[in-house]
Write a protein that binds this ligand. Sequence first.
Ligand SMILES: Cc1cc2nc3c(=O)[nH]c(=O)nc-3n(C[C@H](O)[C@H](O)[C@H](O)COP(=O)(O)O)c2cc1C
Length: 391
Amino acid sequence: MNIDDCINLEDLRKLAKKRIPKVLYDFIEGGVDDEYGLACNEDAFCRHALLPRYMVDISSLDQSTEIFGRTYSSAYGIAPTGGIGNFRHGGDMMLARAARNANIPFIMSGAATASMEEMVKVAPEHGWYQIYTARDRAIAEDQVKRAADLGIPALVVTVDVPVSSNRERNRRNGVGRPLRLSLGARLDALRRPFWLKDYIAHGIVMLPNWQPYAHEGASADEISELFSRQLPNSLSWKDIQSYRELWPRTLVLKGVMHTDDAIRAAEIGVDGLIISNHGARQLDRAASSLDVLPRIDQAVGERMTLMLDGGVRRGADVVIARALGAKFVFLGRPTLYGAIAGGDGGAAKAVRILRDEIDKVMSQIGCPVLSQVAPDILHQDADPLHRNAPT
Ligand SMILES: Cc1cc2nc3c(=O)[nH]c(=O)nc-3n(C[C@H](O)[C@H](O)[C@H](O)COP(=O)(O)O)c2cc1C
């Protein structure tokens, strides 16, 4: 299979899987503990069914979505994922370009393998920055200041990493600090010529956003060491308050799941939330973001822009999230797999596949304007559906 044969996001995943060593694929795809949460995130969408309306004029479709004073071409964007350059060299900017070209947001990870300065050159209006708060708050403050000076439109504070999580695939594969890859893992890497070429040319890619806080000439490994000494650490509401004071533009919290936390964030003046369980990579038994969305919407939907991520794999998922109160959704793994599988073209393809699927669903349900999707398009007593069940 090559990129032209991929017709859905699942195909991109399969192709990406072939191109990178198993240890890296496991790092991306894996969850925590029993990996129960991974399936839950996707199943949450399948527990809702749509009620189509017919005899509607669908000759013109409109996915445009306004959030934070800007109109994007649809209601989805690219979630932050760290370490991208180690899966595909230059991958961060491939995703940034795909987002800019499609007029959707791209969130650069706090563990990105490109710098925020590079991102601003590629996607000055579409690139947001996600921050992982350093133990040394002076580093965090400096990152905020750099992002503010660069004119980045939105700062996303990830709040759901109080401790490192139990990623058993990584532990079994010897991924961690220090890296202890088995002979089998090394041999597997040698069998991925596509990836190997990049690795030989560029080695392990560093975290350039952290470089200013390491000593002059620090190696990729030394910068990763610095990063791992600074994280994880628990945030307090005082930190969020100080982000609010420091950051002049849109402030978003990513990882809020509890209604009381959402209310507290609204009181502090946070502009938006990405309801998220970190793609089931932190707490295996966390609720799915879709399941907690209606309650949070009821509590703060009038005051804040509610977004979510986790398990979005089809255009119908975006429509369902909207019907339940999310103005916007983000995708982590699927867009990343697009870039790994097909570079710039693959990233663009992932974005386009979703757009085309949303168009189809809007046409099927007789709702030609995405922003007008309302709860009445949902069948309230839907039985669990199993999207992957054989027909
Ligand atoms: C490989 C990988 C790296 C990630 N890195 C980050 C990160 O640096 N910061 C962050 O806030 N979330 C990170 N996430 C979580 C995503 O932003 C997002 O919440 C999650 O992937 C959404 O679920 P999905 O993959 O099912 O779409 C990462 C996820 C993956 C798969």
